[in-house]
Write a new protein. Sequence first.
Length: 334
Amino acid sequence: MTVNETLAQASNTMVYGSMTAFTGAMVAFSISLAKGRRLETIETSAQRTSASHQVRMGSTATLDKPSVSTSLSDDGDLGEGRRAGNIGMSLTWLGTLLLGMAILFRGLSAGRVPMGNMYEFSLAAGFAVSLTYCLMSISRDLRWLGVFITVPVLLDLGLALTVLYAESSQLVPALNSYWLAIHVSAAVVCFGAFTIGAALSGLYLVAQSAEDRVAAGKEPGRSAAIAQRIPSADRLDLMSYRIHAFMFPIWTFAVIAGAIWAEAAWGRYWGWDPKETWAFITWVIYAAYLHARATAGWRGKKAAYVAIAGYATILFNYFVVNIWVQGLHSYSGL
């Protein structure tokens, strides 16, 4: 089947259009964050966290329950930055729509699932990140998180266009299977959600650092500039945990689906290929994170570091293993 160059060029144009929209969203979210303030002060959060810790020491029944009755959206108040935040959300929805159309046109141009190389996977991963963020924002106010989502998406798309770009073409024989849509789609969804989970874990460390310093009678320090504009550490911790807990079974399915596809393609379920090995390492780390959250001594900062380590293995597997390590999964298209 020949490639429809018109659709392929339309796809590229839409990618550039989505980057333009995301750039505008990043600027708007930056203004919104700079002018925003959380409703609850760092001092109040520090006092509440200290009291919550004392309660947990006496009972594990409240380990994963929010310690205040307000909703997740009640922790942040954009104030003067609300209008800029609204503009940022609108542009994020526009960028997500354009990127989704770019992926659709890319697939139509070659008549196949558009996930056959690193360029196409990068587009899909950026789309998964932005779409997950947009869907989450429907039920809660997440404008404070926007700049921490649009920046990685822009970096992802910029890298895709400059380093990972590949012309639209037919799939290599090993990828010409319905398992491509099943296995890779599950991995893309996880990539998107885990990116947001990692962002929340990183912001949690920032907020918790400021709250710990205040609880110790010190100034909140350098982290105050960000900490006073995002929800409390407890809220960020809970949101991150919920995302990871929800996505872990899907990542498990992605690994299992990959093993089934490997048996169909290569005659074995598992061969410790570099990409298989690192996918398993990622699974182990996220399993350790969930176990850490269920263990009182490993909640909080330690668990957040484990979550970030898990995301680091995803990035390592994607960039380092795909590009520089030879194996049966060498389909980067570079």
